[in-house]
Design a binder for this molecule. Structure first.
Ligand code: UT7
Length: 331
């Protein structure tokens, strides 16, 4: 009988330090009003090395919460796949660091790099492994600490980006539901709309203590904005069509949390009212690969994800990459 991948636990971890729009007014030439109107973001979490809020630590905390909810011990994991572009080390992978922290000695662990789509790329990898029978129980994490590569002189990006981690435990089960399908796309022609490059690190005094790296994130925001709406809408429609589902059949959309205007435009294009779209970017900003699993955990613990509901996950990010997955919730 065909095995399906089912999410059986979710968890999140975000840094303690809150950076408000008001705080940003003291760093770059911006206003709370501009940030809220153009992005929907009110505050975000920024990690503090003195609290040891590393990429590995945030991932491990989110993973422990997901494992606890699932009732799964770390040594039962066959696979750990992590979507990130901001590992603590160039190598080894964050997944191997998390494997060690959890003592998940029976897992194979590796990272995938797909910008903000990293979590859905990782989930797709695990879904395929479960369907092939090479994996029974896996941990999938989306984590990023974009504060480590933010250019704090660039008001077009530093007001949007943030840090966090989200995790899910996925297990194989021949029962109905679980992940119905998963869809990935990329187009390297537009790689230069969002990338990290060499640059001189600058850290504003309000954020002293942040680790410095010699590369900054560059973004062509306006061109990316248009691509994001087009890509998110088309892949969401493809995913619904693949499962013979209409927009009325989708109970909840959990999209990548980049900009409320992008999310509203996508929802409009695919015919789903915002009452059925989960957003939390006002609290967390754009946490890249972490945004979907953080949102999924909040929706799950908030009682919005009930057994039998159809959930559409949809993301867009650097690469360009974009992805969607539809699942029938079975927790
Ligand atoms: O995670 C996936 C990848 N990321 C995204 O998908 C993000 C996509 N892009 C966006 O979300 C939006 O393009 C932004 C929020 C980045 C910008 O919004 P926009 O409506 O596209 O604004 P814009 O870039 O066209 O800039 C409009 C004006 C410019 O001034 P002028 O040239 O009209 O005088 C900018 O210099 O707003 C100015 N501006 C700001 N003003 C105050 C840009 N950033 C700021 C700021 N505060 N923080």
């Amino acid at each position: 009988m065909m095995q399906r991948a089912h999410i059986i636990g979710t968890g999140l971890s975000v840094p303690e330090r809150i950076l408000s729009n008001k705080d940003l007014e003291g760093i770059v030439d911006t206003t709370n009003e501009w940030i809220v109107r153009r992005s929907g973001i009110k505050e975000r979490r920024i990690s503090s090395p003195d609290r040891d809020e590393t990429t590995t630590h945030l991932s491990t905390q989110a993973s422990r919460r997901a494992l606890e909810m699932a009732g799964v011990c770390a040594d039962q994991l066959d696979m750990i796949v992590i979507g990130t572009v901001t590992s603590d080390c160039q190598f080894p992978s964050t997944a191997c660091m998390v494997q060690e922290a959890l003592n998940a000695e029976n897992a194979v662990a590796f990272d995938v790099s797909a910008g903000c789509s990293g979590f859905l790329y990782a989930l797709n990898t695990v879904n395929n492994a479960i369907q092939c029978g090479t994996c029974r129980t896996a941990l999938v994490v989306g984590v990023d600490r974009l504060s480590s590569i933010i250019n704090w002189l660039d008001r077009g990006t530093c007001v949007l980006l943030a840090d966090g981690a989200g995790a899910v435990v996925v297990t194989s089960n021949p029962g109905e539901g679980g992940i119905l399908s998963s869809h990935l796309k990329s187009n390297g022609k537009f790689w230069d709309l969002l990338y990290s490059s060499d640059g001189n690190a600058y850290t504003p005094s309000i954020l002293k203590g942040l680790s410095k790296k010699s590369f900054h994130l560059n973004m062509s925001g306006n061109r990316l904005f248009k691509q994001a709406i087009e890509c998110l809408s088309s892949i969401a429609k493809d995913a619904m069509k693949h499962n013979s589902l209409s927009s009325d059949d989708i109970d909840l959309v959990v999209p990548h949390q980049a900009n409320i205007r992008i999310i509203r435009a996508m929802a409009d294009n695919i015919g789903i009212p915002m009452t059925r779209v989960f957003t939390n970017l006002h609290k967390y900003g754009n946490t890249s690969s972490a945004s979907i699993p953080i949102a999924l955990d909040e929706a799950n613990r908030g009682g919005l994800l009930i057994r039998g509901k159809n959930v559409l996950l949809v993301s867009f990010g650097a690469g360009l990459t974009w992805a969607a997955s539809i699942m029938k919730w079975t927790m």
